[in-house]
Design a protein around this ligand. Structure first.
Ligand code: HSE
Length: 437
C-alpha cells in the first residue's frame, strides 16, 4: 500500500447523509484500526445552505451548496450520493464517474430504472459502484447475494422489504386498528411519508425486489414487469379472518425461479402464523433466501433509517477504499455487465400458481354459495374450505374461502364473474397464500 488515505465527498446531507458523516467522523479511529484506511470526509454538498448537524464535528469550510464542488474536486476519491430521486442523482453520478470518482449510493429507484446505464459508464471508466443501502437498510443482503451466495442457484427470495407497510399491518393485527388509523400512526411516527403511495402501493418494495432479482439471477430485471399490488385495500376483517385461519398478512416481495422461468411479484400475502417471516413485526425487514446448495437462509434487521442505512453506506465506502488501495475495483455485477448474455424468461402474473384467500360480502339467502361455488368450479378452481362469517349489513354476510392452488388467470376470470353477481355486494378481496414458508 503506498497510500492509505481515501477522500470522501458526500452529496445530500439529509437523514442518511447526516448519519454517514457522523459514522465517518466518530468511527474514524475504529475504521483505521480495523482496515488500515484513513477515511477523510473532505466535503459535503447539500442544496439547502448546510448548517451544522448535531453530533457531527466538521469545519464549515467543508460544506457547500454545490454538488459540482464535490464531483469536480480532484482530491475526492469516492462520491457518496444520498439525495434520492432519479434525474439529478443520475446526472451527478454519471458526471462523477466520468471524473474518475468511485460511487456509493443508496438510491434504489435510480438503480432499478437505470442500473444498466450507470454500470455501463462505471465499466468503461473502471469505476466501482456500491449500493448496499438501497435495499433493506442495514441488512447486508446485496453483499450476501453477490458474494456469500456466489456459488448458488437462487431458487427463491421472499422479502418483507418495506418497513412502513409492515408497521401498518402489524398495528392492524396487534391493536385491531383499521388501515387509515394505522397509516396515520405511521405518518405521525415519521415512517410513512405525507404522500404514502410509494410505500403502501408496493412501489418501493417492487424497486427493491427488482434489484435483488437482478443480482440473484444475473438478469437486468425490468421494473415494469414486477407485478405490484399494495396493502391499501386490506381491511381489519381480513386481518381477523386470516388470524382465525392461522395466517398473518404481510406485504411480501417474491422472486422465484422454477421450471426455467422467473416470477417477480409484490402483494399482500397470507403466511402461516408460525413461519419466521410472519413474525417479523413493526418496521423491521426480513429476507428469506433459498439457494442450491445453501438451502434456506434468513436475514433480519432494520430496513431503513439513519443508523441502519449509514452502516451499509460506510461499509460500501470501506469496500471501495480497499479496492482503490489494492488496485482492484469492485466488479460490475454480472446483471449489468456489458458482456452479460444471461436471459431467463419471466413468468407473467397470469401464469403464476398459488393458493388464495377469497373474502366476499354477499346477500344471505339460499343458493348464493352454490352460485359462487359453481363459477369457481367452471374455472377448474377447487375450494379448500369455506366459512360464512358474521353479518355485514342488514341482509349481507361475509363469506370467506380458502382456495386450493390455482392459476392466476383462471382465478381472476372467476372473480370477475363472481363480482358481477347481483348477490355479491362489494368488490371481492383476493389475497395470495404462501404455505411453504
Ligand atoms: N420507505 C421505506 C420503508 C424505506 O418503509 O421501508 C426506504 O426504502
Amino acid at each position: 500500500m503506498n497510500k492509505s488515505k481515501i477522500n470522501v465527498g458526500l452529496i445530500g446531507w439529509g437523514t442518511v447523509g447526516t448519519g454517514v458523516s457522523r459514522v465517518l467522523i466518530n468511527n474514524f479511529d475504529l475504521i483505521r484500526q480495523r482496515t488500515g484506511i484513513i477515511l477523510e470526509l473532505q466535503k459535503i454538498a447539500d442544496r439547502n445552505v448546510p448548517t451544522m448537524r448535531k453530533g457531527v464535528n466538521i469545519e464549515s469550510s467543508r460544506l457547500t451548496k454545490y454538488p459540482d464542488e464535490v464531483i469536480n474536486d480532484p482530491n475526492i476519491d469516492i462520491v457518496v450520493e444520498l439525495i434520492g430521486g432519479v434525474d439529478d442523482a443520475k446526472d451527478y453520478i454519471l458526471k462523477a464517474i466520468t471524473n474518475g470518482k468511485h460511487i456509493v449510493t443508496a438510491n434504489k429507484t435510480l438503480l432499478a430504472k437505470h442500473g444498466q446505464e450507470i454500470f455501463s459508464a462505471a465499466y468503461k471508466n473502471n469505476i466501482s459502484v456500491c449500493f448496499e443501502g438501497s435495499v433493506a437498510g442495514g441488512i447486508p443482503i446485496i453483499k450476501a447475494l453477490r458474494e456469500g451466495f456466489a456459488a448458488n442457484q437462487i431458487q427463491a427470495i421472499y422479502g418483507i422489504i418495506n418497513g412502513t407497510t409492515n408497521y401498518i399491518l402489524t398495528q392492524m393485527s396487534d391493536n385491531v386498528t383499521d388501515y387509515q388509523q394505522a397509516l396515520a400512526e405511521a405518518q405521525e411516527k415519521g415512517y410513512a411519508e405525507k404522500d404514502p403511495t410509494a410505500d403502501v402501493e408496493g412501489d418501493d418494495a417492487a424497486q427493491k425486489i427488482t434489484l435483488l432479482t437482478s443480482l440473484a439471477y444475473g438478469i437486468d430485471m425490468p421494473l415494469e414487469n414486477v407485478y405490484t399490488e399494495g396493502i391499501s385495500r386490506i381491511t381489519q376483517k381480513d386481518i381477523q379472518y386470516a388470524k382465525e385461519l392461522g395466517y398473518v398478512i404481510k406485504l411480501l416481495a417474491i422472486s422465484k425461479f422454477s421450471e426455467g422461468k422467473i416470477e417477480v411479484r409484490v402483494h399482500p400475502t397470507m403466511l402461516p402464523e408460525r413461519s419466521m417471516l410472519a413474525n417479523v413485526s413493526g418496521v423491521f425487514n426480513a429476507i428469506y433466501v433459498v439457494g442450491d446448495p445453501v438451502g434456506g437462509t434468513m436475514f433480519y434487521g432494520q430496513g431503513a433509517g439513519q443508523q441502519a442505512t449509514s452502516s451499509a453506506v460506510v461499509a460500501d465506502i470501506i469496500d471501495i477504499s480497499k479496492g482503490i488501495l489494492n488496485n482492484s475495483p469492485i466488479p460490475v455485477p454480472s446483471c449489468w455487465h456489458p458482456d452479460n448474455t444471461v436471459s431467463i424468461p419471466l413468468r407473467a402474473i397470469n401464469e403464476c400458481q398459488t393458493r388464495y384467500y377469497l373474502r366476499l360480502i354477499v346477500v344471505d339467502k339460499p343458493g348464493v354459495l352454490a352460485q359462487i361455488a359453481g363459477i369457481l368450479g367452471q374455472h377448474q378452481i377447487s375450494i379448500a374450505s369455506v366459512i360464512q362469517k358474521e353479518q355485514h349489513g342488514l341482509n349481507t354476510v361475509y363469506l370467506v374461502m380458502l382456495i386450493h392452488e390455482a392459476i392466476e388467470a383462471k382465478m381472476q376470470e372467476a372473480i370477475r364473474h363472481i363480482d358481477e353477481l347481483e348477490v355479491v355486494k362489494d368488490k371481492s378481496m383476493l389475497i395470495r397464500v404462501e404455505n411453504d414458508l
